[in-house]
Ligand binder design. Structure first.
Ligand code: FES
Ligand code: FES
Length: 168
C-alpha cells in the first residue's frame, strides 16, 4: 500500500511507531505542518486525511496507509494561494504564522463540516439540518487550534469571509 501525500504516493515507514507528523516533517521535509505540543492540545499539526482534519502528532503514519493526506503545501491552488490563505493575509489572521498552517487546514475541513450540516456544541437548532455560521460557531469549531499570538479575531474574520464567498 501507499500513503498519497499531496497527490504523490509515498510508502509507509518501516517503523510502525512513526507518527504522521514525523513522517511529514522529518522524512518528507514538508515542514509547513508544525509541531507544537506533540500531544494533541494545540492543533498546530493539523492536516487533512481524506478531507477530514486530524492531528498528525496523534496519528500513526500507518493509519494513513491507503488514504489521501493533504498538508498546507498541497492545499494551495494551481499558481495561486488558497482562498483561506488570502483571507488570513487580508484579515491579519496571524502574527508569527506558526499556528497558521494548522488553522487553515482545520478551517478548510471545518467549512466542509458546516456545509454538510454537522452541528456543534453551540448550534442552537439541532433539528434544522443546516448551520448558520456565526462568529460563535467558528470560535467553537476552531477551539482546538490555539494561537499564542492572539490572532483569533482575525482568524474568525478570515473564515467568515471565505464562508460568505462560498455561499455567494
Ligand atoms: Fe499536534 Fe499540538 S502538535 S496538537
Ligand atoms: Fe503566532 Fe498564531 S500567529 S501562534
Amino acid at each position: 500500500m501507499a500513503i498519497r501525500i499531496n497527490g504523490t504516493d509515498v510508502p509507509p515507514p518501516a517503523d510502525a511507531r512513526v507518527s504522521l507528523l514525523d513522517l511529514l516533517r522529518d522524512d518528507l521535509h514538508l515542514t509547513g505542518t508544525k509541531v507544537g505540543c506533540n500531544q494533541g492540545a494545540c492543533g498546530a499539526c493539523t492536516v487533512l486525511v481524506d478531507g477530514e482534519r486530524v492531528l498528525s502528532c496523534l496519528t500513526l503514519a500507518a493509519q494513513a496507509d491507503g488514504r489521501s493526506v493533504t498538508t498546507i503545501e498541497g492545499l494551495r491552488g494551481e499558481g495561486a494561494p488558497h482562498p483561506l490563505q488570502s483571507a488570513f493575509i487580508a484579515c491579519d489572521g496571524f502574527q508569527c504564522g506558526y499556528c497558521t498552517p494548522g488553522q487553515i487546514c482545520a478551517a478548510e475541513a471545518m467549512l466542509r463540516e458546516v456545509e454538510s450540516g454537522m452541528p456543534s456544541y453551540v448550534t442552537a437548532d439541532l433539528a434544522a439540518g443546516s448551520v448558520v455560521l456565526s462568529r460563535e460557531e467558528i470560535r467553537e469549531r476552531m477551539s482546538g487550534n490555539l494561537c499564542r499570538c492572539g490572532a483569533h479575531n482575525g482568524i474568525v474574520d478570515a473564515i467568515l469571509n471565505v464562508a460568505g464567498e462560498r455561499a455567494a
